[in-house]
Design a protein around this ligand. Sequence first.
Ligand SMILES: O=C[C@H](O)COP(=O)(O)O
Length: 247
Amino acid sequence: MNVRCYLDSTYLKTALQAGISDMDNINIVEYCVREAIEEQFKLVMIRPEFVAIAKEIIMQSNSRVLVGTVIDFPSGDHSLNFKLQEAQSAIAAGADELDFVIDYKSFLKGDLNIVKQQVLECSRLVLQNNRTIKWIIEVAALNATQIIQITTLIKNVIIANFKEDVYDSVFVKSSTGFFTKNDGSIGVATIDDIKLILENAFPLPVKAAGGVRSYEDVVTLLVLGVKRIGTSVAKAIADAAPTNTDY
Ligand SMILES: O=C[C@H](O)COP(=O)(O)O
């Protein structure tokens, strides 16, 4: 196996966030898609409005690179219907994998039924369409106890409502990469956060994302048991990988 097989190469900025025109942003997305094809990454992760164009480029290239997108990103606090509609459109556009931001704000308020219903209904929609779903829990907004609780909530909803054969298609994912902390810095996922998720998500797989910056980071995460890694520096990580190792 090569490190590229585990990487979701990610570009999720809007033109506004990137400080560029819409056209320049589309050009960056297209560049990322072509780079993912060239590098044979597992997946290219882009915003929903770019799924159709990404899929088109990949099909024209006869590539096996998957297209992933984000739902209710990055706030996670929209209604169940909003999430379902955005997901439905992304599926229709050809998304292979959908990374939903869980409603961690409702979770923090103790509105657990809202969160459970979203996990159930959105997972059902995605799984019925034979796609992969990932639940972003946004670890930077949570303490250790809350990380354990929300990971366990997702696991319990899935185990109670779906058959074992779909567990591999439901990931728990650490971060959006867009959470701003009180001090103005971006909240990333620490190794301790990832360990907590791994300890509590099993049998669901785990995707680490948010602050993964080096080949060494990736190896550490894979050795811990992470199954997928999302990063906005996938090319640099792949370039740093030795040729004759397990990863
Ligand atoms: O979903 C993945 C994240 O947006 C990637 O975050 P990153 O920019 O810290 O690599």
